[in-house]
Design a protein around this ligand. Structure first.
Ligand code: SF4
Length: 367
């Protein structure tokens, strides 16, 4: 008690080569970055830029936009120029859009090996153009669009099939001396996905983009992504992440950031340590935690606020936090840095906590 907490470390990070996606370094010792993908029609420049601005505000560091048509390709120069964060063009079938994206100033291009067969004779030109522009390529393998040859060989999208597909595609680029690559091998089953990335991590030194594809609606997708990314990141595997949810993309970013914060891979911002409540609770903990969370929403400092329902564990937890409350007998003991600074009636707990949190946040920002 009272000891400064020493952050514990996860496994050492896998040593990957570093690439540069616009202003964001990916791989090597660069912090794990969070990315997402727009859901607007890319050709609708206004709507796409608006969504990119929302994603940027949510903390997204790299954004991907789909490019299935010439109209979308035509929109890329303005989007790439006006976006506050690097833009990756997502291209499946048409090599001409790869060249368009490179010319447009996109920070990277994502291609899919399962759909790239027809790119074969174009790989040399793509490698030359990407190399000249300093634009990296993401080789994005998806279970749903795995190369037919590999589906036949393995029967289904096994980890081995996903990895073989990705490395084969890399080899097409490597033949032309192009190694400015990152890779993803996505599957909707976290067990297959985790094993695929583990295998891939052993077989190459390219930076890895983690994703559970088609992870599902917000709750299921959040759990699947958190479990799969957590398993890999805890082993030091993963350089950039994208949570896929059937939900607005800003939600994906929030979840991605929360995963990194939970693993200590990114400094936590506001953290509410609230108890689950039990038969001893002398206050409505859920309501109190919700009100405190809402009242402190948007606070950017790494503040840890404990909201505890009773005086059994309450004071102990509240003492470990920057600020906390332990409730009992219709009152709340307010702790700041381990000291009870005041006791307030229950009706004043929320406003007192918010007031004190703001004071601490100001001090933190000043230092
Ligand atoms: Fe129960 Fe008190 Fe623990 Fe909350 S702090 S879970 S109310 S014992």
């Amino acid at each position: 008690l009272g000891m400064p907490s020493v952050p514990l470390k996860l496994a050492d990070r896998r040593r990957s080569r570093q690439i540069q996606v616009g202003s964001v370094a990916v791989g090597g010792d660069a912090p794990v970055s969070v990315q997402s993908m727009t859901t607007t029609v890319t050709a609708d420049i206004g709507a796409t830029l608006q969504q990119i601005a929302e994603l940027t505000a949510a903390g997204c560091q790299i954004v991907r936009v789909a490019c299935p048509s010439q109209d979308d390709a035509d929109a890329l120069p303005v989007i790439a120029r006006k976006s506050q964060i690097p833009v990756i063009a997502d291209i499946h079938f048409q090599p001409k859009y790869v060249f368009a994206a490179i010319d447009a100033g996109c920070a990277a291009v994502r291609v899919n090996p399962g759909n790239i067969r027809q790119f074969d004779d174009k790989v040399k030109e793509i490698a030359a153009a990407a190399s000249a522009a300093g634009v990296p390529i993401r080789i994005g393998v998806n279970a749903g669009s795995l190369d037919k040859r590999l589906l036949e060989k393995y029967g289904r999208a096994t980890p081995e099939a996903l990895v073989e597909s990705a490395l084969w595609e890399c080899s097409l680029f490597e033949e032309h001396g192009f190694r400015d690559i990152k890779i993803s091998v996505k599957h909707n089953d976290p067990v297959v996905m985790v094993n695929a990335y583990r295998l891939l991590a052993q077989k190459c030194d390219y930076p890895l983009h983690l994703g559970v594809t088609e992870a599902g609606p917000a709750f299921q997708g959040t759990v699947k992504s958190a479990v799969a990314f957590g398993a890999l990141l805890a082993e030091g595997i993963g350089d950039t992440i994208r949570v896929s949810l059937s939900a607005p993309p800003a939600e994906e970013v929030k979840v991605g950031i929360a995963i990194l914060e939970s693993l200590g891979l990114r400094q936590r911002r506001l953290e509410i340590v609230s108890c689950p409540s039990c038969g001893r609770a002398q206050v409505d903990v859920y309501k109190l935690a919700d009100e405190v969370t809402a009242g402190l929403d948007g606070l950017e400092v790494p503040l840890r606020v404990a909201v505890m329902g009773c005086v059994v564990n309450g004071p102990g937890e509240a003492r470990e936090a920057d600020l906390g409350v332990a409730s009992g007998n219709g009152k709340g003991q307010i702790f700041v840095k381990g000291e009870v600074i005041k006791t307030v009636p229950e009706s004043k707990i929320v406003e007192t906590l918010i007031e004190e949190a703001m004071k601490i946040a100001e001090q933190m920002e000043a230092t």
